[in-house]
Design a protein around this ligand. Sequence first.
Ligand code: AHR
Length: 498
Amino acid sequence: MQGSTKIQIQDVVAPIDRRLYGSFIEQLGRAVYTGIYQPDHPTADSDGFRTDVIDAVKTLNVPLIRYPGGNFLSQYRWEDGIGPKSQRPVRLDLAWRELETNQFGLHEFMRWADKVNAVPNMAVNLGTRGIQAAADLVEYCNFPKGTYLSDLRRQNGAEHPFAIKTWCLGNEMDGPWEIGAKSAGEYAHLANETAKAMRRVDDTLELVACGSSSMDNPTFGNWEETVLDACYDNVDYLSLHRYYGYYNDDDPTELDNFLGKNHDLDDFIKGVVAMCDAVKARKRSTKTINLSFDEWNVWYHSNDADTQVTPWQVGPHLLEDIYNFEDALLIGSLLMTLLRNADRVKIACLAQLVNVIAPIMTDENGGIWRQSIFYPFMQVANYGQGVVLTDHSTSSTYNSREFTDVAYLDTVTTYDAATQTVTVFAENKHQTETLDFELNFGELMIDRLLDATQFYGYDVKADNRDGHMQLQPLPARTDTHHANTKLQPLSWNVLRFK
Ligand code: AHR
């Protein structure tokens, strides 16, 4: 099978906003407790943070982390997580039916985010709370000093404001499962009034309004338009959430369909962009609303196990999906889709980061291991810098249960002017055929291939559980002529040129 791509560095989709490689820590399951925070762990630092986890997160090069939820957010009192730990209340978390000890809260998160070189994407509870609690939190975090709340922050150890720039106005408020779920009209009004108040405290904030928690929700479309009609002038981004599952293991053609789900992601993004722009036109506005894809991933492996978990534990094993090789292939493809839409998707958060539907896992023995999906994310977050180039790739296509014209060759190229490096991410979705991949550099002077890796050859259902970590990309054997390479069947490849 043949495939090719033409690389023209003047043909730019958009500069890459590094926040596209964001992630998410929710106070859920073992993300925090025995994940990032475990004071009795041998690697714990003086804050109780696991330094083995910090190192793994740093390897991923995640620039922004959403916190504290998620569904957890919608009944969270942020005040529970500040002040002396001995005085913090233990609460029922109604979202996940866990016990929340609040031993980890706002200050701990800010310190931890700093240690992993990430900025927060903070969220305010618009489920059970509203305008006052949100404005109070902004004052606590961002106001310099001289008010009750800013001085309380200082008293709690943070002399300087946290200066948190990006804020989510609630979480999945369209979802019937959400505590305090709302109709589009109710949410739109509350989000706008909350945004107004938060901006009065700090007019430098960037605000994200909740879009639909899934394209499948019956309110999708009407929700976006209603929310933007009310909030357009007071928000900067609209959020999207999307999770993918694999539901028919008995059908061998289902893998083709699973690997085609990048089409679904692309349709979702383009649909929401169209709605943002329709509202813009109707309002005769000069302002453009961009997208924050603040939850995306594969999520289905743990669904059955989660129904067996006993409620009201601290840090239970919840949403502990074990990712296999086909998941890693889909994650690579989804990342390329986000990159191709980088003109409008400015923020994205892989949901989540540690233990909960996560690339990084900790185990019962105090160990740490990397899931299959860790690798494509790490490679794109580290090498996908600079600008995204227009996709000029060609290859044959296939049809699957849900999708038509899925290209066997899925590829995207980025160019980093600072290092004059061209990075080509490329996936071959064919189950049995090798793809002869021709890279046409046109006028571009390329001296050499810096390195090439390929992630392939594993059973699609194999995973890295029990710390064996057999799944990972390996250096690729490259052809003598660097502009041509062979992409193995079902492979994820990264080629870097200078
Ligand atoms: O990421 C897991 C959950 O998925 C989040 O809490 C929620 O926002 C979404 O439904």
